[in-house]
Design a protein around this ligand. Structure first.
Ligand SMILES: C[S@@+](CC[C@H](N)C(=O)[O-])C[C@H]1O[C@@H](n2cnc3c(N)ncnc32)[C@H](O)[C@@H]1O
Length: 266
């Protein structure tokens, strides 16, 4: 049973979420808080949303902040989402095939792993098993645990090209599928809040920043894009979701295809 959420408590949640992750919750999204948190309050035997936030802020249970963030992030994703980006990646990999050094790709809000594994399949197919590295990161630890496990319902294969489905998945349990261990082991997963400090990860040829900045306000987007451009190799590419227009947000950005950007020479 859902508990009532006062406007004042909702504003406190919005402020907290924005401060910690950059996510800006629209004023009309009260139901997101109640819909996703009421079971947690019930589980903890806490009687109001205000009391729950006080509990989180008290630091009494440091892990609870992460639990709350896990519950409030939206992790919707799929294999080969926005397929044209993967055609671009395949073509880029083919052009780079004979050059030295690995292609490095960062899936910067990787959710439950479908995006970085799709990237890995394309690179493995185009380059063989050695000349590429894929890092997937997310602020949600629950999503990252699922990504590391690499287990999905068979329905997740819907948009996977059949030759990849055959080559990179194995049956799992009753009706499920798992990412082939050899491929799974090639993808590194890290816990990274894009709006906080990052671990040192080196520079990347491509950064997938898809379907995440849609949740951030303009100032947060601007700051993040500035930082990400510094993590791109010269001539590298930044890919956003097709609904996320970042044209004009940074004067170094050059749009090369819909939702694909590169950096003007520095
Ligand atoms: C809708 S999913 C997008 C997944 C994938 N990139 C795609 O396009 O299918 C958004 C992801 O962004 C993550 N996220 C939200 N705020 C974040 C932040 N500040 N740092 C890192 N990840 C964040 C969420 O946890 C969620 O997994």
């Amino acid at each position: 049973m859902e508990l009532p959420l006062s406007q004042a408590a909702f504003d406190r949640f919005r402020h907290f979420l924005h401060e910690r992750t950059g996510i800006q919750l629209a004023p009309a999204r009260k139901s997101l808080i109640t819909g996703r948190l009421w079971r947690r309050l019930w589980h903890l035997r806490i009687a109001s949303y205000d009391d729950y936030l006080n509990y989180v802020l008290s630091g009494e249970d440091p892990a609870e902040t992460q639990v709350m963030l896990d519950l409030l992030t939206t992790n919707e994703t799929s294999f080969f989402r926005e397929i044209r980006h993967f055609d671009f990646l395949r073509e880029h990999a083919r052009q780079r095939r004979d050059l030295p050094g690995p292609i490095r790709v960062w899936s910067a809000a990787c959710s439950t792993g479908e995006e970085p594994y799709s990237i890995a399949m394309v690179l493995d197919d185009a380059l063989g098993s050695e000349k590429w590295q894929v890092v997937g990161s997310d602020v949600s630890k629950i999503a990252l645990d699922a990504a590391r496990a690499g287990l999905y319902p068979a329905s997740a294969l819907e948009r996977v090209p059949p030759k990849y489905a055959q080559r990179y998945f194995t049956p799992h349990g009753t009706g499920g599928v798992g990412i082939l261990t050899a491929l799974r082991n090639r993808v590194a997963f890290k816990h990274v809040n894009l709006n906080s400090d990052w671990p040192i990860m080196g520079e990347f040829d491509l950064i997938f920043l898809r379907n995440v900045i849609i949740y951030f306000d303009l100032a947060t987007r601007r700051r993040l894009i500035d930082r990400l451009l510094r993590a791109l190799k010269p001539g590298g590419f930044l890919l956003t979701g097709h609904a996320e227009n970042i044209g004009g947000i940074n004067e170094e950005l050059q749009n090369v295809q819909p939702a694909i950007y590169t950096v003007a020479a520095r």
